[in-house]
Design a binder for this molecule. Structure first.
Ligand code: NAX
Length: 329
């Protein structure tokens, strides 16, 4: 019998959901031997639209798609799941401050954190919905009481990593696959620090290959930090295909053992590595063991420039946490 995996996707009727679900169901993520059951969560008013997405998934006739359930109840959505992709959250509306968005979306992740107690014992969670790091912190803290280990929670910074790799590849005129060891430090926000100093192109240090240090310390960082806003201004909608792709890249990385010497970026609970306050959800370079466990890669050199950037993003995360302190158990 083929192995099977049950995946919950929240906000499944949204635009990232639309790009994510066919690829999950097609077998391109878990491989040709693994059947996929989808458990899709939406708010009640979006269930009708979600039915339409389910019709389309049916019409794809994916041989590996075992079942699809839809619900507006988080307790049902997370029942027995091996993966929880927490995409759903309210978008930032016109004139809304970041603090308002944090307050608006925080309670969603209290409820979903509690409901994750119903998940399978090997559950892994990826929070995509913004503000991703702080939402992840809320879900992680609230899931603790239900026995879900804190190391199962990740906030997505893989899109930022992919964006940074793409920019470096363009600048160096090399295929993107040659850009490795790309770490995004900190928050998935405009304070994130994409670290070119530790990245490699074909195994060589990026500053040695590109040489243009002022570009690396200025334009490169700004382009990566502002890429989401740039996509919105061009498309009129936020990144969806690339966000879905990054979420699936994260799943594939976590389901595999990271190659010796390599790492990828993910927002995980800080253990104090690199001087970051313990307990924050902070994006670090991590290596996966392929079974849900991971480690933060130690020993990367950080210049004074890098330390200053990393400190700024840590302070932003501490401030975000203070806005939702009452939601942390
Ligand atoms: P959409 O507005 O298209 O979809 C969001 C969906 O979530 C909607 O269908 C909505 O009904 C649903 N939803 C809202 N509250 C919910 C709840 N309590 N339970 C279940 N579903 C709920 O947004 P989309 O473009 O799909 O983006 C989703 C989230 O990803 C947003 O918060 C967005 O800011 C965030 N992003 C995060 C990225 C990252 O790199 N971490 C990048 C892309 C994206 O901007």
């Amino acid at each position: 019998m083929p192995r099977s995996v049950k995946v919950a996707v929240t906000g499944a009727a949204g635009q990232i959901g639309y790009a994510l679900l066919p690829r999950l169901a097609s077998g391109s993520v878990f491989g040709p031997e693994v059947q996929v059951s989808l458990s899709l969560l939406e708010v009640t008013p979006a269930l009708a639209a979600l039915e339409g997405v389910v019709m389309e998934l049916d019409d794809c006739a994916f041989p590996l798609l075992k079942s699809i359930e839809i619900t507006d109840d988080p307790n049902k959505a997370f029942d027995g799941v091996n993966w929880g992709l927490l995409v759903g959250s309210k978008p930032r509306s016109k004139g809304m401050e970041r603090g308002d968005l944090i307050r608006e979306n925080g309670p969603i992740f209290v409820g979903q954190g509690n409901a994750l107690a119903n998940a399978a014992s090997d559950v892994q969670v990826l929070v995509v919905g913004n503000p991703a790091n702080t939402n992840c912190l809320i879900a992680m803290q609230n899931a603790k009481a239900g026995g879900v280990p804190s190391n199962r929670f990740h906030a997505m910074t893989r899109l930022d990593q992919n964006r940074a790799q793409a920019q470096l590849a363009k600048k160096a005129g090399v295929p993107v696959a040659q850009v490795t060891n790309m770490v995004i430090w900190g928050n998935h926000s405009a304070t994130q620090y994409p670290d070119a100093e530790n990245a490699k192109i074909n195994g060589r240090d990026v500053p040695d290959v590109i040489g243009h240090i002022s570009w690396l310390q200025d334009d490169f960082i700004k382009v990566v930090q502002q890429r989401g806003a740039e996509v919105i201004s061009a498309r009129g909608l936020s990144s969806a295909a690339s966000a879905a792709n990054a979420a699936l890249d994260h799943v594939v990385s976590m389901e595999s053992i990271t190659a010796e010497g390599d790492f990828f970026s993910s927002g995980v609970i800080s253990d104090g590595s690199y001087g970051i306050e313990e307990g924050l959800i902070f994006s670090f370079p991590i290596r996966s063991y392929g079974n849900g466990d991971w480690e933060i890669v130690q020993g990367l050199d950080l210049s004074a420039f890098a330390k200053e950037k990393i400190s700024a993003t840590e302070i932003e995360l501490q401030e975000e946490r203070s806005v939702i302190a009452d939601l942390l158990k």
